[in-house]
Design a protein around this ligand. Structure first.
Ligand code: FE2
Length: 196
């Protein structure tokens, strides 16, 4: 697997987040990038496959870190990409889909925020290629609760590290700040890329 380089994000238009909160979160993301690069390198070694044991083995550790760190990288990139403070009015296909599925953007937000307050890790609005449905779902960690064939459209990190510096334990306020910065240009681009 190719070496992954951390992507850069422009947070200059993001409101209600401090530079410290955003920069600390970004550093955490780069550590997941470091992790997956190291894991991928270690998986090239034949010796790591010498002991195959579900209780304790190098390959078990690497296999678990592969999904944990690679999912963490993907999820953080999706999160940072839709957190820009630009194009914050719902519009285009995103508006059509959300109104059709949820009745109104307000109804969507009520459900999105409720799931965001109920999970330990992530909340996603997705299109599921298996069922053909649009829905919101939650993950308790980077690699727990991942929905196969679900194409992410809106991705929100609800781990405490995403907001504790600015909001303490007030996750609801953080979720509202995220929604205020959600880039519907990005959401509509993700919808277009589905080629439905
Ligand atoms: Fe995070």
């Amino acid at each position: 697997m190719n070496t992954i380089e951390p992507r850069n994000y422009n947070f200059s238009n993001v409101k209600y987040f401090s530079p410290m909160q955003l920069s600390e979160h970004y550093v955490l993301y780069t550590r997941y990038v470091d992790c997956i690069n190291k894991v991928n390198k270690n998986l090239l070694s034949n010796s790591i496959y010498s002991i195959c044991n579900p209780n304790y083995s190098d390959i078990r550790s690497a296999a678990k870190s592969k999904t944990y760190c690679l999912d963490a990288v993907k999820l953080h990139e999706l999160y940072f990409e839709n957190l820009t403070g630009n194009n914050t009015s719902i519009s285009g296909s995103a508006a059509s889909v959300i109104n059709e599925v949820f009745g109104s953007y307000s109804n969507f937000l009520d459900k999105f925020e409720c799931i965001a307050l109920s999970m330990h890790g992530w909340v996603l609005f997705c299109y599921d290629r298996y069922s053909g449905d649009f829905y919101i779902y939650g993950q308790d960690s980077h690699d727990e609760g991942v929905m196969l064939f679900a194409e992410p459209l809106i991705v929100l990190d609800v781990y405490e590290h995403a907001y504790m510096i600015d909001y303490g334990i007030n996750r609801k306020e953080y979720v509202e700040a995220f929604i205020s910065n959600l880039d519907f240009g990005v959401v509509n681009k993700r919808l277009r890329n589905l080629n439905l």
